[in-house]
Design a protein. Sequence first.
Length: 417
Amino acid sequence: MTERHDNKKINEQNRRLAGLYVHIPFCEKKCAYCDFYSLEAPQWTDAYLTALETEAFLTAQRHPGLLFDSVYIGGGTPSLLTPAQLDRLFDILTRHFSCLPGSEVTLEANPATLDCEKLSLLRERGVNRLSLGLQSASDRELKLLSRLHDYRSFLQTYRLASAYFQNISVDLMFGLPCQTRESFSETLSEVLALAPAHLSLYALKLEEGTPLSKKRGLFSFPDEDAFADIYLSACERLEDAGYKQYEISNFARQGFCSRHNLRYWKREEYLGFGPSAHSFIDGCRYANKRDLFGYCRSLSEGRFPERSEMTRLSPGDILEEEIFLPLRLAEGLDLSHLEEKTGYAMEKASCAKLLFYEKEGYMRLERGRTMPSDAHARTAPASLPPRCPEARERIERIALTPKGFLVSNAILADLLP
């Protein structure tokens, strides 16, 4: 994305950093598992871009002075846009927003909708990260998911895109209908041979109302043991291949973690544009309604789109987020940082639980120096919580293991106060 700072001095130290998400709600064909908001109505694209520009203008007026260090264009299928429409989209963004030099700019793409003209344009307009949705290297599995591409066409697109982009992420799914340990292992082998910079590994979730959910009785799915085995063996293979797991579903080679994704889990601010897009700004979380036509109508009248949700976070909300969001990350939760921000001493409140999860292999605990309990009582700063009585050393940080990520919802529910 071409930065506006060429013609305007930006004092970066005095600017407030945020992330920018743009939703493109169009698909050539809906995938059988997908519950993201999108329509098979690309004839609305030009009208949508007009509405998007109005939302960008209104938002820039409401939040002046923001400086963006990550841009993520998702969908839907952003790569379905024509070169002229993509060019217009980037004109809109550069007209209303300023980006930090070296910002991460990601575009999601369906392998069936990319060509040299689009790839050249994307690189020229500042895109430096491409996210390709493969899902599986098995043509049988791709057909069951209603994907537009087969594996051969994905390979052609990947090799073409590699001539334009170094930073390519590949999405894979596990837990698919009729998927076996062996078929997923073959998929992973194929993708590792390509050595992408980043891999996302998502578990299939049967969302109510999707075509695949309605047909669930027609297929066999991996059982609980196979599901866990696929995930844990994938984590091990990816680590051996030089990919660091930095979040439940994301793995990257050195230097290629997704900056935009990390914003979500680190509770950093971001603005979302388009129907269904979410934002987190000024201590408030809100989302635009999943309604393309209502979205366009509101903005044609010069009004912000209708919100489907808006929450001003309470202290209790903030405490919950300060616990469960960091625990999605492999680096985990700093307990002293948690107490400084919220006043909650988790080591004191949940000591036995933390030690249990460590013993069972669900969690890693990082400890401080050993201190006898009577000495600790005399010398510990008043700002620190009492030492966990069952532990010989102060617990400073907790983090889930891959085994813990598999049951993270249950663990988080147990730890939340």
